[in-house]
Write a protein that binds this ligand. Structure first.
Ligand SMILES: [Zn+2]
Length: 201
């Protein structure tokens, strides 16, 4: 089932999510909904709080962005824990909960994560790099109630917050989705299409 993705500012995005106690049928259903919603939004990753579920589950699939010919292969991370970050990398990040906004954020260059998979078995991704490393850090941030805008200056964050509030008003008054409004705005401005506009996290 495809869910609505919450748009910041929203108190549900600022809440620390609770751990999954047991990977049961209800958890697997939520995992499947997250995957379906992520692909529907052309996202690279999605965390459960973004659809209003305050539990520690994230899904990631960078393949549609880095290897579009290959079939989708989502990574499911339940109760993920980042255990080792090395180096620094600046990445121009976007977020499905902050649609149309992309800003440089400093992250670890490589990261190791431990989590449970969809079957509840533990696994580790060691020294993830590139977009996967960024997505792992961005999505686990969501479980702490932290968004990429929290890594920006207060001034930039306030400017983006004003644009998001305006976007939400337009969604209601025009009865359109955030993506429709942003697409129409980009076309009206005749701006060059951002190459990674569909790669939000
Ligand atoms: Zn995000």
């Amino acid at each position: 089932m495809i869910h609505e993705v919450l748009i910041w500012p929203d108190p549900r995005l600022k809440t620390k999510a609770r751990p999954v106690a047991e990977v049961d049928a209800a958890v697997r259903k939520l995992v499947d909904d997250l995957i379906e919603t992520m692909y529907d939004q052309d996202g690279v990753g999605l965390a459960a709080p973004q659809i209003g579920a305050s539990v520690r589950i994230v899904v990631i699939d960078q393949r549609p962005q880095v290897d579009p010919e290959k079939p989708p292969k989502p990574i499911v991370l339940i109760n993920p824990v980042l255990v080792g970050g090395k180096g620094t990398a600046i990445w121009n990040e976007g977020c499905l909960s902050v649609p149309g906004e992309f800003e440089d954020v400093e992250r670890f260059e490589t990261i190791t994560v431990r989590a449970l998979n969809r079957e509840g078995q533990p696994f580790e991704i060691t020294d993830a790099a590139g977009l996967l490393a960024i997505a792992l850090q961005h999505e686990t941030d969501h479980l702490e109630g932290t968004l990429f805008v929290d890594h920006l200056s207060a001034l930039k964050r306030e400017m983006i917050k004003r644009r998001m509030k305006k976007l939400k008003r337009e969604m209601i008054s025009e009865g359109k989705s955030a993506r429709e409004i942003i697409r129409e705005r980009d076309q009206a401005e005749d701006s060059e299409e951002a190459p990674h506009a569909e790669g939000a996290l």
